[in-house]
Ligand binder design. Structure first.
Ligand code: F6P
Length: 551
């Protein structure tokens, strides 16, 4: 245990960032910072072959990064110094690497299609994992084939997943992504926000006779989810009349059996998962129930299979040929040496439109930390700001700043080679823009080129400095398998960065304080006399709201 003084001092001399390799990297940075990608490409016709990698159906081209072969070598030495390989094994083998919660980190066991034993506290978790998967498959099959009937004998048509954070973003993103694989009768809906508008608007269009609710919450205590779940229960009972009908219309996904029973859901209709599954890593668990309902057990198995294939690659490939490690170390290069503050995620794919949102939680809740795993305050940058939207829309919104602003913004461009709709001309336009943007960001346009283009004066605003780094991720097609690979790729990237920054990526204490304060403030909003217990700003706002409050 560290002392408070140590905790505040940022003096953890053991961390990779205080090892000689980082001094070497800082020195190397001085020799690379002014190199232009345009020149690096001109000097090396093999740059694409040198700096690209295919794993299964995903091609990663990382040649448009501000690196040389030496950069990569040094970054891999940093990864080795951080013992990425050792920590990786600790994670896969179920060691309790989530040290603040004393938990294993085993989302990889959820998709362990090889079914090799994975031990937690001396017990193989695979039989339980497989049993829940089977339970999900059987239940989903009954709903999908119309055998599971609502209280008036009609098959289910709408499924509402009530959850937030990891109990919402993952399943929602995958549901959108796998539209082509959906069951034709079933629509999934996702309610997360405790703004009543979300639940009211959603329920307005639904028929209680044919609606199934999944209350998805690891803890089954999250205020937003439980408030919405109770509202949905009331809404249902007002129409169905009889509590006995709840069993046909409410199921739960949770680690908390007592709370599920307390809510009034038959625990026979509960799908279990375990404390070694982090919320933001839980779409592979029973939290993925809405995915199984939408696309079926076989496609869910393919999603798990894709993730498992990425797990195998991550676990076995040498660091310098390891896709998650490469992506992670490039991110470290920009964050800690170039001083980049953010990382853009730009899917050129309508079906991946929620990927940036999903990765915001996955990455920022994992690595948005300033105290390391040994309780020392860090003195280097950790997790970047993750942001983005679908590429084409972004082009017409914020790309201006990436091209000509004053900040360095590394960007991941993601696309699949196959037109999901069969609209090939649309897809060629999409692909052309994808390529044009990465080329323009990399190459830019010099003053001479701009003048030679016959651009009218003033010319300077039309010059592009270029030298903006990007990764291109090209999927053969967006399928359950390739999506599983892609998500697992990012999960492991986040893991590697967490190790290099000496973080515990699997807790999220930073969200707790706000939750506690909200609980304290909520009753004060109904106080009959002025609230004076906070700072002047918070008091002022509370009292202003009290005057306007409509309830
Ligand atoms: O508050 C953050 C968080 O704990 C996330 O980590 C989690 O995904 C989300 O809340 C939802 O939690 P639960 O599944 O327990 O409702």
């Amino acid at each position: 245990m560290q002392t408070t003084q140590e905790s505040l001092s940022g003096n953890n001399q053991q961390v990779p960032f205080h090892q000689p390799i980082c001094a070497e990297l800082r020195q190397h940075y001085q020799s690379v910072r002014d190199l232009h990608l345009r020149d690096l490409f001109a000097a090396d016709p093999q740059r694409f072959e040198r700096f690209s990698l295919q794993v299964g159906s995903i091609l990663l081209d990382y040649s448009k990064n501000r690196i040389t072969a030496d950069t990569l070598k040094l970054l891999m030495q940093l990864a080795a110094t951080a013992d990425v390989a050792g920590w990786r094994e600790r994670m896969f083998q179920g060691e309790k690497i989530n040290n603040t919660e004393h938990r294993s980190v085993l989302h990889t066991a959820l998709r362990n299609r090889s079914n090799t034993p994975v031990m937690v506290d001396g017990e193989n978790v695979m039989p339980a994992v497989n049993a829940v998967l089977e339970q999900m498959g059987k239940f989903a099959e009954r709903v999908r084939n119309g055998e599971w009937l609502g209280y008036t004998g009609k098959p289910i048509v709408d499924v509402v997943n009530i959850g937030i954070g990891g109990s919402d973003l993952g399943p929602h993103m995958v549901y959108q992504a796998l539209k082509a694989y959906r069951h034709p009768r079933l629509d999934m809906h996702y309610i997360s926000n405790v703004d009543g508008a979300h639940v009211v608007e959603k329920l307005e269009s639904l028929d209680p006779e044919t609606t199934l609710f999944i209350v998805a919450s690891k803890t089954f205590t999250t205020q937003e989810t439980m408030t919405n779940a109770h509202y949905a229960r009331e809404w249902f009972l007002q129409r169905a009349g009889d509590e006995a009908h709840i069993a046909k219309h409410f199921v739960a996904v949770s680690t908390n059996q007592d709370a599920v029973a307390g809510f009034g859901i038959d625990t026979a209709n509960m799908f279990e998962f375990w404390d070694w599954v982090g919320g933001r890593y839980s779409l592979w668990s029973a939290i993925g129930l809405s995915i199984v309902l939408a696309v079926g057990a076989d496609n869910f198995a393919a999603l798990l299979g894709g993730a498992h294939d990425m797990d195998k690659h991550f676990r076995s490939a040498p660091l310098e040929q390891n896709m998650p490690v490469i992506l992670a170390m490039l991110g470290v290069w920009y964050s800690n040496f170039f001083g980049a503050e953010s990382q853009a995620v730009l899917p050129y794919d309508h079906y991946l439109r929620s990927l940036p949102l999903y990765l915001q939680q996955a990455d920022m809740e994992s690595n948005g930390k300033s105290v390391d795993r040994d309780s020392n305050t860090v003195d280097y940058s950790t997790g970047p700001i993750i942001w983005g939207t679908t590429g084409i829309n972004g082009q017409h919104a914020f790309y201006q700043l990436i091209h000509q602003g004053t900040r360095l913004i590394p960007a991941d461009f993601i696309i699949s080679a196959t037109a999901p709709t069969g609209l090939h001309e649309h897809h060629d336009i999409l692909m052309a823009n994808f390529l044009a943007q990465t080329e323009a960001l990399m190459h830019g346009r010099t003053l001479e080129e701009t003048i030679a283009n016959g651009v009218p004066a003033p010319v300077a605003p039309k010059v592009f400095a270029g030298n903006h780094p990007s990764n291109a991720l090209l999927l053969d097609a967006l399928t359950p398998h390739s999506l599983g690979m892609l998500i697992a790729l990012y999960e492991h990237k986040i893991f590697v960065q967490g190790i290099v920054w000496n973080l515990n990526s699997y807790d999220q204490w930073g969200v707790e304080l706000g939750k506690q304060l909200a609980k304290r403030i909520q009753p004060e909003l109904q106080a009959s006399t002025a609230v004076t217990t906070h700072d002047a700003s918070t008091n002022g706002l509370i009292n202003h709201y009290r005057r306007l409050r409509t309830g």
